[in-house]
Ligand binder design. Structure first.
Ligand SMILES: [Mg+2]
Length: 309
């Protein structure tokens, strides 16, 4: 049975252990991606004040250049996450914002066209909240390609969420949008836009040989599903939960559960340290007799099976 590589927290599933082992054995072809809020940055009442846990940017920078691809996949605007996180200096970092509708890389932002339903929601949401008697503290967050309704600052966040679920569902249906639940938030966004699709597209683009994704919320479950799909296609992977009492189903669906953003930072730092040690081993004279650009025989066999590079 595959063991979790030394120095990494133990994955609780065999597939998760195999994913971590594949990343440790071949970091130069690994895709390591993470959500932002609740995963890299602790949840706070004001989304505009969500800054990363200590060491997060350093951990990402430590991975950069040592693993194939480092990415953030978030519901936020990509530029928001870069600015809030202080991430502009992480070499090669790819930030997929708005669930993949936006992409930031090397300081350049690109995005897909915004579906017209977004404007319908934008126009009608304030009146809908008033008509539904949404309690004080209910807040609209306009993300550009999606609109989120937050109840965390109301007197009864869960009650407010229950009150608004029906009306928001009807507005979404009218506008051709979907409602995605999250931690004390309901988000109306265009259909087909989710973190699973974003992760799969990035894995294909980067010809990832292994994939790890970290998330904390219901919207991250689509990325966990993508990890399982990739595994079925021969690409090892590991789904990591940043544990939260608000979303126990995310931890239940994960291969590895760590203790909030601080645990995620420790995991990413450990992966970076392992990749650094491996790079030192394979490049030293007389080390293992091969370089990072020389695939191992086992990897070539898998490529032959799956057709993936
Ligand atoms: Mg999150």
């Amino acid at each position: 049975m595959t063991q979790t590589p030394a120095g990494l927290p133990p994955a609780r599933t065999p597939d998760g252990r195999a994913g971590l082992a594949a990343i440790a054995a071949g970091p130069s072809r690994a895709l390591i991606a993470t959500d932002y809020d609740g995963t890299l940055a602790p949840i706070v009442a004001d989304p505009a004040a969500a800054v990363p846990a200590p060491g997060a940017a350093d951990a990402l920078a430590g991975l950069a250049g040592r693993v194939g691809t480092v990415a953030i996949i978030t519901g936020r605007a990509a530029a928001d996450a870069v600015a809030l996180g202080g991430l502009a200096s992480v070499p090669g970092l790819i930030v997929l914002g708005h669930y993949g509708a936006q992409r930031w890389h090397a300081g350049v932002l690109s995005e897909h066209a915004i579906p017209p339903g977004v404007q319908v929601v934008r126009d009608e949401l304030p009146g809908l909240l008033a008509a539904a008697e949404a309690p004080a503290g209910t807040a609209i967050e306009d993300k550009g390609t999606a609109l989120a309704v937050h109840t965390r600052r109301t007197a009864d966040p869960a009650g407010a969420l229950a009150l608004l679920r029906g009306p928001l569902g009807r507005l979404a249906a009218k506008a051709g949008m979907t409602v995605e639940p999250g931690r004390m938030v309901l988000e109306l966004r265009p259909p087909g836009m989710d973190k699973g699709a974003a992760l799969r597209a990035l894995a294909a683009e980067r010809a990832a040989g292994s994939v790890l994704f970290c998330g904390d919320d219901l919207g991250d479950l689509a990325a966990f599903t993508a990890i399982r799909e990739l595994r079925a296609e021969g690409v090892p992977g590991c789904a990591v939960a940043s544990k939260s009492a608000e979303t126990p189903s995310v931890a239940e669906a994960a291969d590895l559960v760590v203790d909030g953003p601080a645990g995620i930072v420790r995991l990413l730092s450990s992966l970076a340290a392992r990749a650094l040690r491996r790079a030192a081993r394979v490049t030293q004279p007389g080390g293992q007799g091969r370089t990072r650009s020389s695939p191992r025989p086992a990897r070539r066999r898998r490529q032959a099976c799956t057709g993936r590079r």
